[in-house]
Each structure stands twice: as C-alpha cells, then as structure tokens.
Ligand binder design. Structure first.
Ligand SMILES: [Zn+2]
Length: 440
C-alpha cells in the first residue's frame, strides 16, 4: 500500500525543512520526503496543494479523565478528539481517580489507548510524582517508568514542601525522568478562583495573585538548576513567570515551558458575567501579560504549546463561578486558535508553529514523534493542515464528550484536514473527494 501526499508545503522542524514537495507513506511508514513522481505504483493520492504537510502533532498536556471520571471524557473519546485535531501523540495527566501512581494503572491506560475503538493515536502517560498526589511520599517511579511513563507530575496538586520536591528531583535525575510542574504556591492561592486584580475586585471574587505562580516557578527552577533535574513548566501565564524561566535557561538550568491557547487569547476580563468556561488555573491574567507572553513565544523562551485539554460535564460547570472546576475542553480548537492568534498575526512563522505543536514537545519528553524523517518514528506520524480554512468552532461537532469550551462560536483560520498514524486516522469533511484519488 503506497500513499502519496502530493504537492504540499512540507514543514518539518526536525530537519529545518520548509519547502514544497511530497511525502510517500508505504504500508505504515514514511519512506520518502521530497519530489516524488506519482507513477503507477501509487495506490492513493492526496492533493495537498496550498496545504501544510507536517509531522503529527504532539500534545504534552491532556486530561483524559479515565479512570474515574468517564462522564467527562474517556480514553476513547479523548483520543478521537486528538486525532481530529492532528495529534498523533498525546501525554495524559495522572490526576485521575485513582491517580496514576502505580504500574498497573499505567498498563490500564496503555491497553485502553491501544484498543480498536480508540482514536489510533499514541498515548504517553505521565505518572504521579507522589503517592495519591498528596505531596508527601514519592510514588514507585522506577517501576512506573518500566511500565511506560514519560514524565512525572503532581499536576493540579503541586508539591508544596521544598524538601520533598528536592527529593523528587534527585530521584528523577537517577531515573532520567523529566518532571512536569504546575507551579503554584497553594498558601497564596487558597480558595482563589481567578486572577487577583481590578477585575476580581469588581466581580467580588477571591483572587489568585501572580506571585503564587512566580514563587513556585522560581523555586522549581532553582531546584532544577541545583539538582540537574529536567523540569518542564506547565502553562505559564504571567510575564514574571516567563522572565524567571528566561533567567533559569540563561543560568543553564534544564528548564522548558509551555503555554496553552487560553493564556495568549483571553484576559481576565473575558470572565465578564461570571462565565465558568474562562475559569482556569493558573488564571487568565492581563493584557500586559499577553503582550510579554507573545514576545516569549516569538523569541523561543516559551518552548511549546499544549492544549491543557481539561474536559468537564455540563452540569459541573453550570454552577456559581467560585464552585466551578478549573479548565475546559481544548484539543479540537488548539490548531485553529494557534494559527489565528499567533501564525496569521506574524508572532511565529509556520515552521515555528509546527515546532511548538510537535517537534519541541516530542524532544522535551523524548517521544518517538515530531518528525517526518523516514524510520525515526515507530509508524508514520503526519498531519495535513489547511492554514487558510476559515471556520467557526462548534462544540456540538466535537469528538470530546465535554462541551465546556470558551472557543465555541469563535471564527478561526486554520484547520486540520488529515491525520495519519500508521494509516489515515482522520479525514475532515471539508477535505473534498476531488482532492483524494485512488490511482488506477
Ligand atoms: Zn492540566
């Protein structure tokens, strides 16, 4: 079986490649990238004129909610949503119920992700750093690593005690395992539900100060510098946090960071009339933060873009703002929002866009992904994106179980058309039959 992606703009940051050309997939492998003639030995041809051909996208930060909260999302629905968005590898977070703190639970995730009903993407589990994510006693990270975790994190319950965090980092250095850290000093955010500032004062809601995030970023960066532990900071939101990451990198700490689309799209004013779709942690900040986050995206201080897909059921978010859970469904809007808010506005180039959505997260978490180089991934991982497709995001057409998205109804420019993980796992309805042909 030979499949040809014909005449696209090939964007592969792993080879610094930005050129027009073709990609040939034979059986489940990429075998050639370049100028390929569509001879009689080709079975299927996809016309990719005016489209991007890129490595399958890699999301370092996804909540699949299984086990324990299958009413929000399941591994099957979450991976289907990922495939429809162009992702071929996603990292799933450990804050499930029970938390992913044992090898048996890692086996369960990998089995479910490989089931025929699932979306056909690779799921790379992130294990809980401490038992039950309680922040006291380290999990059995060594046996979880053997079971397949790619990083460790206590996610929304970050380790507060600096001695425990030091011990965690020293252990992860031994195991050669990255730590992913949500940075928050809980003594400062206690009961807070949005950014602390003028808007929280007007709304009468308890705020979370920016210092809560920045203090935790500083502490974690310093511990990374002194232990040598690879640290990936999850979704930065303040200009101060980014400045601390910049300094840590300058000092030689093995630190990287990500941002999610909400933090470069909305300020805390979006909460408006107590709209719970805009409740996220760390919270939406201010325009000054966004301006400096955009600069950090442009200069590379922010390494990659995650979706922070955090699905919830409608009845759970249809409550007073202070009682609503944090986070919203993001997988299927991330490509469109990133292209609309960053690429088309000239903040990052098309090649940098793919680097932040694929090659960098793969590199940070050492995943066999993020490249079109033949033989570098277990199976072909590629996506085709129409950068100029104008569409309106409609939550009712999403694969995710969760409909709580702040991007519902937003006009976007840029959409995933095809996803390949071994074989084709997604084809968008807008990718017309006239662009796909079975060769005679
Ligand atoms: Zn998260």
């Amino acid at each position: 079986m030979r499949t040809l992606l014909k005449n696209g703009r090939i964007l592969d940051p792993s080879q610094e490649m930005d050129r027009l050309g073709d990609v040939l997939i034979e059986d489940d492998q990429i075998v050639e990238v370049g100028d390929i003639s569509d001879g009689s030995d080709i079975d299927e041809i996809y016309d990719c004129t005016n489209l991007w051909i890129a490595p399958g996208l890699v999301d370092p930060h996804v909540h699949l909610r299984e086990p324990g909260s299958e009413h929000k999302e399941t591994i099957v629905t979450g991976t289907q949503a990922a495939a429809a968005a162009g992702y071929t590898t996603i990292c799933c977070m450990p804050n499930t119920n029970p938390p992913l703190d044992s090898p048996a639970l890692i086996d369960f995730i990998l089995d479910r992700a490989a089931s025929p009903e699932a979306g056909g993407v690779f799921v790379a589990p992130v294990g809980a750093l401490t038992k039950g994510m309680k922040g006291h006693e380290l999990s059995d990270l060594s046996s979880m690593k053997r079971a397949g975790i790619v990083a460790a994190s206590d996610e929304e319950f970050p380790i507060q005690n600096s001695r425990v965090m030091t011990q965690a980092m020293e252990t992860c250095v031994q195991l050669d395992l990255p730590i992913m850290a949500h940075c928050e000093d809980a003594s400062l955010t206690h009961d807070g539900c949005m950014n602390e500032g003028a808007v929280s004062a007007v709304l009468g809601l308890k705020g979370m100060p920016r210092s809560a995030e920045e203090i935790a970023v500083v502490r974690n960066c310093l511990l990374s510098l002194h232990t040598g532990c690879q640290l990936h900071i999850m979704r930065v939101s303040t200009w101060g946090a980014v400045e601390m990451v910049r300094q840590a990198k300058f000092l030689g700490a093995p630190v990287t960071c990500e941002i999610c689309p909400m933090h470069f799209t909305f300020t805390d004013e979006a909460i408006g009339d107590f709209d719970t779709r805009f409740k996220i942690t760390p919270p939406l900040r201010t325009q000054v933060d966004i301006d400096l986050l955009l600069q950090a995206l442009n200069d590379g201080t922010i390494d990659c873009i995650s979706s922070d897909h955090s699905p919830h059921a409608s009845h759970e978010v249809d409550v007073p703002f202070a009682e609503a859970p944090f986070g919203s469904a993001q997988l299927e809007s991330t490509v469109g929002v990133t292209l609309t808010m960053l690429t088309h506005k000239g903040i990052i180039s098309p090649l940098e866009t793919i680097r932040k959505l694929s090659t960098m997260p793969a590199k940070i978490l050492r995943l066999d992904a993020g490249t079109l180089k033949p033989g570098e991934t277990p199976v072909a991982q590629a996506c085709v994106i129409d950068p100029n497709c104008e569409w309106t995001f409609d939550r009712n057409r999403s694969f995710s179980k969760s409909k709580n998205t702040p991007f519902h109804g937003m006009k976007l420019k840029g959409k995933t058309m095809l996803t390949f993980c071994g074989s084709e796992i997604y084809r968008d309805a807008l990718f017309g039959e006239d662009r796909y042909s079975i060769a005679e």
